[in-house]
Design a protein around this ligand. Structure first.
Ligand SMILES: [Zn+2]
Length: 417
């Protein structure tokens, strides 16, 4: 095998065309092309060959400081492969020209994107949520409440005395979080039923239905402590921002406050359809637990209320189903109201009917029919919840983890937030 190249003796800048020949034992002879003079010999194990980069010429360095420049890459590669099999010499070239380099790049790009989405976006939305000007949060809260009042909620029908009693019970929790500007408001739940949620400006809304459902004010207080957690960690803002973090970033950088608050337009949807991520719920639960423990309030109040809520929803639905077949005496009002239009899409009507039933069967009614409900639930087996059921339970599912946490006696060691 012969290799063509240009020879530099390492002493002068002069160059001359040479041929490199190799014998069977791996000794290279360097022969001057012009007169076939042997310039030097060297074993292939003693020369240093630079890695190949594309088709640019590469150098072969000899032990006495000479070097040979060559473009006969194929020959060099064959020699190296034959006498000095080493991945090192071919790596740079392989990386460049082989498909696995492309694949590797692709994997890296995907990994980077994944890390960005999983860690970067939450971190970015967290940062933005904590740096939003107060007036943006106030505007978002006001607009959200306006929307909810128009579409879902009704004025409260709780009497003055009840509201005052609850507010008095809430006072220490509000005082302990004075920096969050917590403000309590009451509303009729309308189609979102027994519910409670926090708006970004610190307003916490309780529906009449959840107040009626609670057996004591500590149950409501445990819900408040949970909702304060959502305010403290800005969960509603972070949920919305995460969905549009790039537009938010631009609005923040350009200082366009109105653009940022326009982006919060989707906030009302968060409160009616979207539930918080498990991590956010866990954070809010921990906030509630810390508060309950610190104030010597038993932990179980939170899940007690959740349990009653889920029972009420399920029982109402089952009684409602039953009411469709055999006429039920105490459901005269609601049947008359909801079945006034007989025709129409069956699916839609069914959903509406179910929702009506959930609205109208209060806890007292459910409790009075407990025996019947228990029987229906036992025969039904699976839970019959569907996404049409709105309410605190739908956004705060009674997970095993949650039940276990709140059923525990007060923690001896503080729960990390
Ligand atoms: Zn929550």
């Amino acid at each position: 095998m012969v290799l063509q190249g240009i020879w530099f003796d390492g002493k002068t800048s002069a160059s001359q065309p040479v041929e490199l020949r190799m014998n069977e034992v791996g000794t290279i002879s360097v022969i001057r092309v012009s007169d076939q003079t042997l310039l030097t010999t060297a074993s292939i194990t003693n020369i240093d060959v630079k890695s190949r980069v594309g088709n640019t010429p590469r150098y072969i360095y000899f032990p006495d400081g000479e070097k040979c420049e060559t473009r006969d890459h194929a020959v060099v590669d064959r020699w190296l492969k034959q006498y000095r099999p080493s991945i090192k010499h071919s790596l740079a070239h392989s990386l460049e020209s082989h498909s696995y380099f492309v694949a590797l790049t692709l994997v890296l790009v995907i990994a980077f994107s994944w890390v960005t989405v999983v860690y970067g976006l939450p971190a970015a939305s967290r940062y933005i949520a904590y740096h939003l000007p107060e007036k943006v949060m106030d505007r978002a809260a006001t607009e959200t409440l306006q929307f909810l009042d128009k579409v879902h909620l009704k004025p409260t029908s709780l009497d003055e005395e009840t509201r005052a009693r609850i507010l008095k019970h809430f006072a220490p929790a509000i005082a302990q979080n004075s920096d969050l500007r917590i403000k309590i408001i009451f509303r009729g739940g309308g189609d979102i039923g027994a519910n409670a949620f926090a708006l970004p400006d610190g307003t916490v809304l309780f529906t009449d239905e959840i107040v009626h459902l609670a057996k004591n004010d500590d149950e409501l207080l445990s819900v408040l402590a949970h909702e304060i957690g959502h305010v403290k960690y800005r969960h509603s803002l972070r949920s919305v921002i995460q969905g549009s973090v790039i537009s938010f970033a631009v609005a923040m950088v350009t200082g366009d406050v109105s653009a940022a608050s326009n982006l919060l337009a989707s906030l009302p949807v968060v409160f009616t359809t979207l539930s918080y991520s498990r991590d956010f719920e866990r954070e809010a639960d921990n906030n509630s637990l810390l508060f309950l423990d610190a104030n010597h309030i038993e932990r179980h109040y939170f899940v007690d209320l959740m349990e009653r809520l889920s029972y009420q929803v399920e029982c109402s639905l089952l009684l409602g189903d039953k009411g469709d077949n055999s006429s039920s005496d105490s459901s005269t009002n609601e049947s008359a109201g909801s079945s006034s239009s007989e025709s129409g899409s069956v699916d839609k009507k069914e959903a509406v009917d179910k929702k009506e039933v959930v609205d109208k069967k209060g806890w007292q009614y459910v409790e009075a029919h407990r025996e019947e409900c228990d029987k229906l639930m036992a025969s039904r087996g699976d839970s019959i919840f569907d996404s049409k059921v709105l309410g605190y339970f739908s956004s705060h599912p009674q997970t095993k983890e949650r039940t276990a946490k709140f059923k525990q006696p007060s923690a001896p060691t503080p729960v990390s937030p």
